[in-house]
Ligand binder design. Structure first.
Ligand code: NAD
Length: 481
């Protein structure tokens, strides 16, 4: 399969970075280098922003929403056509099992399909006002939107923010994660083939402190969509704040799943495992804390331990339950957290196995299940971003809500109970952007608005709501008498 060239997409052309430097692409399954991406910096971001600005005053700016929607639909079908290549490179670049990479391709295609369909349905209102006035509102694009994307779900995260921004009529500059940029570049190829005019989608690969920082603080950028860590999110917000432009921050999480004694455990158990280990736990919405009502704590802990012991870790292309961690640094960080938790006295209930034929140089960790864990301890408070699950006992609704809300994050939460009144009571009281009852994650849920409260960020992407963040509302008051 053909690797994308180490180039930047600027103004419809594939070009070398101004300083002609590259960054090696490392396969986390083997630790080996298998390609390179361009190392874009300030000057490249300058060119990309200028190209996007130019596109706004050209063909793209004059296009109707119907035409924009058709291009996005076409792009969606091209993503499906290229599913094998996209899934292969997503799996190798991120280290995710091939089946997960395929699911990510499907979700990415769905974002372009969904927002292609939504493009001509974003409409304003008329507002009753004083006699002799007609007042109406229009949604307009911000202009140039910057998209800073992390490495964990490159296709999905680029899809959700870029498709929505394009549907509204913005021109985009994307800075993919330096650890996994390949599929962003393939999306760039497909966008040109789909008929997106030159300069509407620009891609500048490179390091966060270089290309990312240049994009976040660029005076020519009118909106920044950032997905990543809390620390960098705060820097991006500061940088954009200097230009007084809006920012959407999709940050981390420590999402709880609350299991009451009346829950359907057979239904819950697979979700409790999958939500904590999917993508090797490197998922912002990972259900990394399971709160269990005391009468069933031992029963649930035993059943989860059995499932954790059966988990198999291996290379991305071997397509087992869990792949490697993205890089050596993250692998060591996760291993350190597991070691510290064990030293601090958290009982290690079970570990999964690393498959014996796994390549030696990859960045693997054992999935680990701990419990009972004190809700105040580090393991229960901090985002591990690895396949590590903490079990926490509770008694009654009030304690469940107190523990669930007792972290600085608020991204996603799950409730498992058959009691309809309790489902709604708890859903109301949880501090989270999304609450799932008797399920978790809704298989990605392209249609479902997503985002956080607290340190999980602000603003919403996904669903129809996702369009509003990329639009600026104009009020027009016409005096006709
Ligand atoms: P990160 O914050 O290190 O990097 C994210 C992106 O920001 C990358 O493209 C990086 O190059 C860039 N960046 C780094 N420094 C920068 C700077 N100074 N200025 C501008 N850009 C900079 O995050 P990561 O390690 O790639 O991803 C992991 C984090 O992302 C986790 O905390 C996870 O929870 C979060 N995440 C959140 C969501 C969500 O939707 N809420 C989704 C995925 C990941």
């Amino acid at each position: 399969m053909q690797l994308p060239a180490p180039r930047l997409l600027i103004g419809g052309d594939w070009i070398d970075a101004a300083e002609r430097e590259t960054i090696p692409v490392i396969d986390p399954s083997t630790g080996e280098t298998f390609g390179a991406i361009a190392r874009g910096k300030d000057a490249d971001v300058d060119r990309a922003v200028a190209a996007a600005r130019k596109a706004l005053s050209g063909l793209w700016g004059a296009m109707t929403a119907i035409e924009r929607g058709r291009i996005l639909h076409h792009l969606s079908s091209l993503i499906e056509r290229e599913a094998d290549r996209l899934a292969h490179f997503e799996a190798r670049d991120v280290g995710k099992p091939l089946a997960q990479a395929r699911a990510d391709v499907t979700a990415c295609a769905r974002y372009f399909e969904y927002y292609g369909g939504a493009a001509d349905k974003l409409h304003g209102e008329t507002i009753p006002f004083q006699a002799g006035y007609a007042v109406l509102t229009w949604y307009e694009p911000h202009g140039v939107t910057g998209h800073i994307v992390p490495w964990n779900y490159p296709l999905q995260i680029m899809g959700r923010s870029v498709a929505a921004a394009l549907a509204v009529g913005n021109a985009c500059v994307v800075k993919p994660g330096e650890d996994a940029s390949l599929t962003a570049l393939i999306l760039g190829e497909l966008a040109l083939e789909a008929g997106l005019p030159e300069g509407v989608l620009n891609i500048v690969t490179g390091f966060g402190e270089e290309a990312g920082a240049a994009l976040a603080g660029h005076p020519g950028v009118n909106h920044v969509s950032f997905t990543g860590s809390v620390e960098v999110g705060a820097l991006v917000q500061q940088a954009a704040g200097r230009n007084v432009v809006p920012v959407t921050l999709e940050l981390g999480g420590k999402s709880p799943q609350i299991v009451f004694a009346d829950a359907d455990l057979e239904a819950a158990l697979p979700f409790l495992v999958r939500a904590s280990i999917q993508n090797a736990g490197q998922t912002c919405s990972a259900g990394s804390r399971v709160l269990i009502e005391r009468p069933i704590f031992d029963q649930v802990a035993t059943a989860l331990a059995e499932r954790f012991r059966a988990l198999r870790v291996g290379s991305a292309l071997s397509n087992l339950d869990i792949g490697p961690i993205i890089n050596q640094r993250q692998r060591d960080r996760i291993a350190g957290i597991v070691e510290e938790a064990a030293q601090a006295g958290a009982p290690l209930l079970a570990e999964g196995e690393i498959s014996p034929d796994t390549p030696g140089g990859g960045f693997y960790v054992h999935p680990a299940l701990f419990g009972p864990v004190d809700p105040a301890c580090d393991l229960a408070q901090r985002e591990v971003f690895g396949p590590v699950l903490a079990l926490i006992p509770f008694e009654g609704e009030d304690e469940a809500v107190r523990i669930a809300n007792g972290v600085e994050y608020g991204l996603v939460a799950g409730i498992w109970t058959r009691d309809g009144g309790r489902q709604l009571r708890i859903a109301r009281r949880l501090r989270a952007g999304q609450v799932f009852v008797n399920n978790f994650g809704a298989a990605g849920g392209v249609e479902l608005p997503f985002g956080g409260v607290g340190k999980s960020g602000h603003g919403r992407e996904k669903g129809f709501e996702g369009l509003y963040g990329f639009a600026s509302l104009k009020t027009v008051a016409i005096k006709y008498e």
